[in-house]
Write a protein that binds this ligand. Structure first.
Ligand code: NAP
Length: 268
């Protein structure tokens, strides 16, 4: 297989490193294309992959092309490479807000398999949450291939494209909400007498551990909560304070507001 990543920024690098680390591709199968040639030069020695600043050349023999450039560059780069793509090539865009319809218009070729994904920043540590939508007509083989590649940097959930804005509002923007949560928990720890450093570590590990507990045991979040809240104990006192502060409502409203904004920005 030949795979090209166009745009070797934060996400492009995370995807390249994740896929190589998971041995989903060999270095000889990967081409990286970016305008920042000097930066690519440093990376090519470390990763032993081919690099170029010529996007059309980069995709010529590729079975899969991942678009990891800024959203405003998707259409111009698509037009730049459209004629060079192999028939049946899979094009996966991770550009926020660029719809499958806009992608199809930019490529103007009916023989490509188009896909759109919404990753999040924990992909940088291979713990991402990724929403994936394949264009109508994409076969099972192409879908499986894209899921496999993305799984190198996180958990992949397939959703209809209409739900990608909801994915943006939840897991795309989610790292910001959780970072605020961790910061606030740490503040609470400091208020209760812990050092800032220890409070931050304990707060972050509590979020990580609770998430793993839910994902790995399949327990409902309410079960995890109830297991810690003994009658008349410390946790139920803390939970009562949380409810008084309206945390649940604030989080629901945050996801809803971000999903609405994603819908507005994509202009569809
Ligand atoms: N970061 C996130 O959390 C996140 C989450 C979800 C989705 N996304 C999406 O992922 C995409 C990439 O985001 P990012 O944060 O990785 O951006 P980034 O760090 O800015 O990476 C984009 C890279 O593309 C390069 N580039 C610019 N013009 C190019 C061209 N004509 N041909 C090839 N490469 C070109 C940029 O070089 P220069 O810097 O020199 O311009 C940069 O290295 C975006 O569309 C974004 O919406 C990102």
């Amino acid at each position: 297989m030949q795979l090209t990543i166009i745009g070797f920024g934060k996400m492009g690098e995370a995807l390249a490193r994740g896929m190589l680390h998971a041995e989903l591709i060999a270095p000889g199968e990967l081409v990286l294309a970016d305008v920042a040639v000097e930066r690519l030069g440093v990376v090519t020695q470390e990763l032993d992959v081919r690099v170029t600043s010529d996007n059309a050349l980069a995709v010529r023999d590729s079975d899969v092309v991942i678009f990891a450039v800024k959203p405003s560059l998707v259409a111009p780069v698509a037009r730049e490479i459209a004629a060079a793509l192999r028939p049946g090539a899979i094009i996966l865009s991770i550009a926020a807000g660029i719809t499958l319809r806009q992608l199809a218009m930019a490529f103007n070729r009916a023989d490509l398999v188009l896909a759109r994904a919404m990753p999040n920043t924990p992909c940088l540590v291979r713990a991402g949450a990724i929403g994936l939508s394949m264009a109508a007509g994409a076969g099972a083989e192409a879908t499986q291939m894209v899921c496999r590649l993305l799984s190198a940097v996180g958990m992949v959930e397939s959703v209809p494209e209409a739900q990608l804005d909801a994915v943006t509002g939840l897991s795309g923007s989610g790292p910001a909400y959780i970072a605020v949560l961790i910061e606030a928990l740490a503040d609470g720890g400091v208020l209760a007498g812990l050092s800032r450093h220890q409070a931050e570590r304990l707060a972050a590990q509590t979020v990580l551990g609770t998430a793993r507990l839910i994902l790995e045991t399949g327990q409902h979040p309410a079960q995890v909560k109830d297991a810690v809240a003994s009658p008349g104990g410390t946790t139920i006192a803390g939970l009562a304070a949380l409810e008084a502060g309206g945390l649940r409502h604030a989080l629901i409203a945050a996801v809803h507001a971000a999903a609405d904004r994603a819908r507005e920005l994509s202009g569809e």
